[in-house]
Ligand binder design. Structure first.
Ligand code: SF4
Ligand code: FES
Length: 238
């Protein structure tokens, strides 16, 4: 099978496509394909020319760390979770995320995700459990908190979002989920978080919801938004 990889030696150099022929097996993921290409001492492209190893990031290889996020056949996805047998076409394209600066080949700089969260002090300073009236409500809240806490900060939701541009004031779905998580676990911060939510998410989100389609953890961002919007209206009425 043929794989076309968009390569870039380093930041600010011109990217170029390079092809590789790989004998794929039925259980191969895109991470497996990249490993296979890089495995031999001599990496050979589809013209028989010797080339350099493809730069890409991974850590867990089981969909838990988010480092292998890239664009596979035009769709933002985790390389270690994408099975080759599920992809269509004789030629598979692999390129880096486009909303982040490229460092090398498929490795991008996602520092901005953490910088944005640091700006807002998005962490639980002192945990005081919220006392929901009914046990059922509390259980429901905990289920949603658990879902929101699964975010890998992989950046796939930002890649696919029409409103996100690197460095703009809109922080994307991962931010909306963190707003819900931190404000629901830390009531003393909730007013501050609601304001940040409005400024960096609420007033710009155009409800494309493609973020939920690509999220590898299937986080219910719509439910986080509904809860944050309710809190926001409630606060403005006080
Ligand atoms: S919300 Fe989903 S897609 Fe976005 S960073 Fe978190 S895990 Fe990745
Ligand atoms: S290597 Fe960790 S999510 Fe793919």
């Amino acid at each position: 099978m043929k794989f076309k990889v968009l390569r870039q030696a380093q930041k600010n150099t011109v990217p170029y496509w390079e092809g590789f022929d790989v004998d794929v097996t039925d259980d191969m993921t895109i991470a497996g394909v990249l490993d296979h290409i890089n495995y031999n001492d001599d990496v050979i492209d589809d013209t028989g020319k010797k080339t350099s190893r493809i730069g890409w990031e991974c850590s867990c290889l089981q969909g838990m760390c988010g480092s292998c996020a890239m664009v596979i056949n035009g769709v933002p996805a985790l390389a270690c979770e994408t099975m080759v047998r599920d992809l269509e076409g004789k030629e598979i394209t692999i390129r880096p995320l486009q909303k982040f600066p490229v460092i090398h080949d498929l490795i991008v700089d996602r520092t901005i995700i953490h910088e944005n969260l640091k700006k807002i002090n998005m962490y639980i300073e002192e945990y005081k459990p919220v006392q929901e009236k009914k046990l059922k409500d509390r259980e429901k809240e905990h289920v949603h908190q658990y879902e929101a806490a699964k975010c890998l900060k992989c950046g796939l939701c930002l890649e696919v979002c029409p409103n996100y541009v690197n460095g703009n004031n809109f922080f994307g779905a991962l931010f909306a989920n963190d707003c819900y998580l931190v404000s629901s676990r830390n009531q003393s911060k909730s007013n501050e978080i609601i304001q940040s939510y409005e400024e960096h998410f609420g007033k710009t989100c155009s409800k494309a919801f493609s973020c939920m389609e690509v999220c590898p953890m299937h986080i219910p961002t719509l439910a986080s938004m509904a809860k944050m919007n309710r809190q926001s209206i409630h606060t403005s009425l006080l």
